[in-house]
Design a protein around this ligand. Structure first.
Ligand SMILES: Cc1cc2nc3c(=O)[nH]c(=O)nc-3n(C[C@H](O)[C@H](O)[C@H](O)COP(=O)(O)OP(=O)(O)OC[C@H]3O[C@@H](n4cnc5c(N)ncnc54)[C@H](O)[C@@H]3O)c2cc1C
Length: 341
């Protein structure tokens, strides 16, 4: 069983590549190990569960216990000719899971290819890309309640998913440790989604218009590689802000003042989603570099980057300056998607 270590660098455990330390650090290999350590874990005032560190901005050293999740395992728990139900350990790497399913021609995760991080973090902000969210295929989340050590089961409804949101990001934040998720994936009659023009174009040009799980996954990977910075080369957390969802009336008045403002309907209600990246770009931030150390990515205004020697608090200040200038110009609040610690 792993023991708690002291004063550990978290630089290689956060994709922003920030040079921060934590005072205590524990790696968890399986559920029993977590339960056996529960008392010593909860003895700490501050606890941080850490997956791949791809959605966290550390603004300072973490004065508490970091619990790094390495729980592995993929088990087919039910199967018919049409679908398969797969239970996956929360410490598995998300993209490895996607590739595992794509290789078997199991449908559902292909649009979520190449999202960094672990399986256990996927339901927390209901990861999504190219018209698909993890909620579309998730049937169950298993977690351990910190206060009691009890195992809790959440069906899809109990997760209360929203856009980059769930009960785990709100009421249950820090109160439960997710140990596995279960997904229902198609074996035939795949419910593919190529509504995004960019995917359609790649499928058409590179794959002779053949829509398959593998081709969609490959298309998503090549689109992502062409437009998003690789955290192994430039520190980043992906999209720093969520796309704001505004009322139809506010949208109409903004559209009057800014006729080129793009928009997407929100399924199920009359609100409108507008791209935070566009708002940020209109405020002149795209490509802005501060002191050659950090800034806003050249191609993606939504992505804040650390070129190597920045601190998390500098990046937080930059994010706040961006928020303010977007509000001053558009009267729209943009909210960070990233967990700021
Ligand atoms: C280049 C890049 C591209 C990205 N693209 C996308 C995208 O397209 N769509 C998208 O939705 N996201 C995207 N992200 C964000 C990120 O990859 C996801 O949010 C991912 O799910 C985070 O996983 P993680 O394991 O790194 O979580 P971490 O950053 O380690 O943790 C995130 C939060 O979850 C909590 N947590 C982690 N594991 C557990 C657990 N087992 N139990 C309880 N709490 C836990 C942490 O305490 C923290 O609050 C991108 C990030 C990068 C760097």
């Amino acid at each position: 069983m792993n023991e708690i270590q002291k004063n550990i660098s978290l630089q290689e455990y956060n994709t922003m590549n920030l040079a921060v330390f934590c005072s205590k650090y524990l790696e968890i290999e399986n559920e029993n190990e977590f339960i056996n350590h529960l008392e010593s874990i909860t003895n700490n005032e501050d606890i941080l569960f850490l997956g791949g560190g791809s959605n966290i901005l550390f603004t300072k050293d973490f004065e508490g216990l970091v619990v790094k999740n390495n729980i592995k395992g993929k088990d087919t728990i039910r199967e018919t000719d049409e679908w398969v139900e797969l239970k996956v350990g929360s410490g598995e790497v998300w993209h490895d899971l996607v590739m595992y399913c794509v290789r078997r021609n199991w449908g559902g995760l292909e649009n979520l290819s190449l999202i960094p991080g672990t399986v256990g973090a996927a339901p927390i902000q209901n990861i999504g890309a190219y018209g698909v969210e993890v909620k579309d295929v998730l049937t169950q989340v298993e977690a351990i309640e910190m206060e009691t050590g009890k195992k809790l089961l959440f069906d899809n409804k109990a997760c209360d998913f929203g856009y980059r949101d769930s009960v785990f990001k709100r009421e249950l934040k820090g109160k439960v440790f997710i140990t596995s998720i279960t997904l229902r994936l198609t074996k035939t009659n795949h419910n593919t989604n190529i509504n995004y023009g960019a995917i359609q174009k790649v499928i058409q040009l590179d794959y002779n218009n053949v829509i398959s799980i593998e081709n969609i996954s490959n298309a998503v990977i090549s689109i992502r590689q062409s437009k998003l910075p690789d955290p192994r080369q430039i520190g980043n957390c992906g999209s720093f802000f969520k796309n704001p969802i505004i009322s139809a009336s506010l949208f109409e008045s903004l559209k009057n003042d800014f006729p080129t403002l793009p928009s997407y309907p929100v399924i199920g209600n009359s609100s409108i989603k507008i791209p935070a990246g566009w708002l940020i770009e209109q405020c002149g931030w795209k490509g802005k570099t501060i002191d050659k150390r950090y800034g806003v990515h050249q191609q993606q205004a939504l992505v804040l980057v650390n070129y190597g020697k920045s601190t998390g608090s500098e990046i937080k200040t930059l994010a706040m300056d961006i928020q303010k200038s977007v509000f001053d110009k558009f009267k729209v609040e943009i909210i960070p998607e990233v967990n700021i610690i």
